[in-house]
Design a protein around this ligand. Structure first.
Ligand code: HEC
Ligand code: HEC
Ligand code: HEC
Length: 131
């Protein structure tokens, strides 16, 4: 194998070029930034523990939808003992008043596309339209 040196050299060059953006950012000290959703201040707690909400809010929403649409079961008792309506708009967006700065920041970051807003309204967009 006369070409061994060339092969290994070529491979090393390939890896260096492919990972260049990573090394460049490390060298330039560019911090990797998360989506930084704006959490509501002064609205107490969420309808579930923060860790659970972060990982499983989609499953909770689907369960709420099924309960309401199939079972006419519209009330949810939160961990704080308070009763909430099982409602995307009234409950979730009632505390998380900026869909843009909360929900969208994460979803845009993760390239998650929601179809929900084709039917459900974002109250903030209504308020804007009425101004
Ligand atoms: C094709 C239209 C449509 C789409 C798309 C849609 N929904 Fe709904 N959704 C409805 C209708 C109609 C109801 C029943 C409203 C009622 O009875 O209060 C409902 C009810 C709900 C409810 C319970 C009631 C309430 O006030 O929120 C939840 C929660 C819900 N949907 C979540 C979602 C989520 C999450 C998505 C996206 C993944 C979604 N929906 C997409 C039409 C839609
Ligand atoms: C009573 C007000 C309230 C309601 C209602 C509410 N939330 Fe929250 N939510 C909060 C607060 C406050 C936090 C931040 C908790 C913390 O700082 O640990 C939070 C945190 C979260 C997080 C984690 C955010 C992060 O930065 O990791 C998600 C996701 C979330 N909520 C989604 C929802 C969804 C979906 C609904 C409706 C099913 C909902 N919330 C209903 C107040 C609320
Ligand atoms: C901390 C980041 C974060 C926040 C804040 C957040 N989401 Fe999400 N959401 C995600 C991620 C990541 C996914 C995709 C998860 C997956 O596919 O496994 C997701 C998925 C969803 C889904 C399921 C979409 C589908 O079609 O499967 C729904 C519904 C949803 N989010 C609703 C909301 C709503 C409503 C809010 C604001 C009240 C919100 N999310 C806030 C990170 C977030």
């Amino acid at each position: 194998m006369r070409d061994r040196g060339l092969l290994v050299g070529g491979l090393a060059l390939f890896v260096a070029v492919i990972t260049f953006p990573v090394w460049y950012n490390v060298a330039a000290g560019t911090p990797t930034r998360g989506p930084e959703p704006v959490r509501p201040a002064g609205t107490g707690r969420c309808v579930g523990p923060t860790e659970y909400m972060r990982a499983s809010h989609m499953s909770l929403l689907m369960a709420w939808r099924d309960d309401v649409v199939r079972g006419q079961d519209r009330n949810f008792v939160g961990p704080d003992g308070k009763t909430y309506a099982k409602s995307l708009t009234r409950t979730c967006l009632g505390c998380h008043t900026s869909k843009a700065e909360f929900c969208d920041r994460c979803h845009d970051y993760g390239a998650v596309k929601l179809t929900c807003w084709e039917c459900h309204i974002d109250p903030a967009s209504l308020r804007k339209a009425q101004r």
